[in-house]
Ligand binder design. Structure first.
Ligand code: DP6
Length: 362
């Protein structure tokens, strides 16, 4: 019987506290600004991917949550798989040129792949699934192909699948350095702190709508780059300062600063969306009432005890330290009871995700 060439990995979702929004190169997925995120627990939100290679498979095939997808229809999928395959081909070449016996160098770069990928959360919830999806794909390829590249190196491969995916290659606190090059060699993710650095920090996810977003991130950010004047100012003078201040806040476990920058950056990102022409509006009335609730909670505490952030959709992610989170959850469930008919579908039963553990995920 022939050996099985297979790898299974999981990759978590990450939620940005300094948002990535805008590309300077759409094909290579090179961003206009650096960004920073927190990786969430794999228990709650993650993608599990198995890849098998065989000389007998006629072509590459992919199943997402049990349904076969057409790989040929996705340039990004092809790009990520081809990039990883090229790294494997280079490795095979190197081993052979170093004198490894040919029968010990399995020509995996030439074999077709079957990829099976599942999310442990409802895709319909509008939560970032492309980030964990592409990160899981690339990690699995890295394991299957026995690639010697570092996690930051592999984050470049995840980046060509979906920008935010490069940050899901690490656990803890992760920066995606925008870089300045045309070829993207300097645009990759680095871990700025592992999760043990700040174990009291938690994240709460509030699902304000499970409808698919009307304008995808990819399309929305492109229109922003082309039409928003505020956006240019954000990239030039706001984000660089925030990246520095945020990294300092994380290093010093300064929650007040971390939280204020997080909220301001979310607000500015959505302001830039409104400044896009035609305007893009991702938040809904429930999202806006959660913003007010968090500010009221902070005012009542006399300090910044919780922070909201919103991606390209109406669902909120709230960061708080463990002790405050307990009270906040109580307040949220009081203000948004699940049996209130207007909000019946507003929250998923398992919407409480605790900030992750995995230092190096995998
Ligand atoms: C608002 O990574 O989904 O979540 O690179 O086109 O795949 P593509 O976009 P994507 O954009 C994420 C945008 C965001 C902010 C963020 O995660 O930083």
């Amino acid at each position: 019987m022939s050996a099985k060439y297979e790898a299974t990995v999981t990759a978590p979702v990450n939620i940005a506290v300094i948002k990535y929004w805008g590309k300077r190169d759409s094909a290579l997925i090179l961003p206009t600004n650096s960004s920073l995120s927190v990786t969430l627990s794999q228990d709650h939100l993650s993608t599990r991917t198995t890849i098998r290679a065989s000389p007998d498979f006629g072509k590459d095939r992919l199943w997402l949550n049990g349904v076969e997808e057409d790989i040929a229809a996705s340039k990004r999928l092809i790009n990520s798989i081809t990039t990883a395959r090229n790294l494997r081909a280079a490795l095979e070449q190197k081993l052979l040129s170093e004198g490894a016996p040919a029968e010990t160098v399995v020509p995996l770069s030439k074999w077709s792949l079957h990829v099976c990928s599942e999310n442990n959360f409802p895709t319909a919830a509008g939560l970032a699934s492309s980030a964990s999806g592409y990160a899981a794909l690339v990690k699995a390829l890295g394991v299957l192909f026995d690639l010697p590249q570092s996690t930051s190196d592999l984050s470049r491969v995840a980046r060509v699948g979906s920008g935010s995916a490069c940050r899901s290659m690490f656990g803890g606190f992760v920066a995606w350095q925008a870089g300045v090059s045309d070829d993207g060699h300097d645009s990759f993710a680095v871990q700025v702190a592992d999760r043990q650095h700040w174990p009291e920090l938690q994240a709460l996810i509030l699902v304000a709508s499970d409808k698919k977003k009307a304008i995808s991130s990819t399309a929305g950010m492109q229109t922003t780059v082309e039409t928003s004047e505020l956006f240019a100012e954000r990239v030039r003078s706001v984000v660089p300062k925030r990246m520095e201040a945020m990294q300092r806040a994380i290093a010093e476990r300064d929650f007040g600063t971390f939280a204020e920058i997080t909220m301001r950056d979310s607000n500015q990102f959505h302001a830039v969306c409104l400044d896009t022409y035609p305007p893009i509006s991702y938040m809904n009335d429930i999202s806006r009432s959660i913003v007010s609730l968090v500010h009221a909670f902070n005012a009542a505490r006399g300090r910044v005890a919780a922070a909201y952030t919103y991606d390209a959709g109406p669902n909120a992610v709230i960061y708080a330290l463990k002790d405050d989170m307990r009270d906040l959850v109580e307040l949220v469930t009081y203000c948004f009871p699940r049996d209130d008919s207007t909000l019946l579908e507003a929250f998923y039963p398992n919407s409480f995700a605790i900030f992750d553990s995995a230092d190096q995920v995998g």
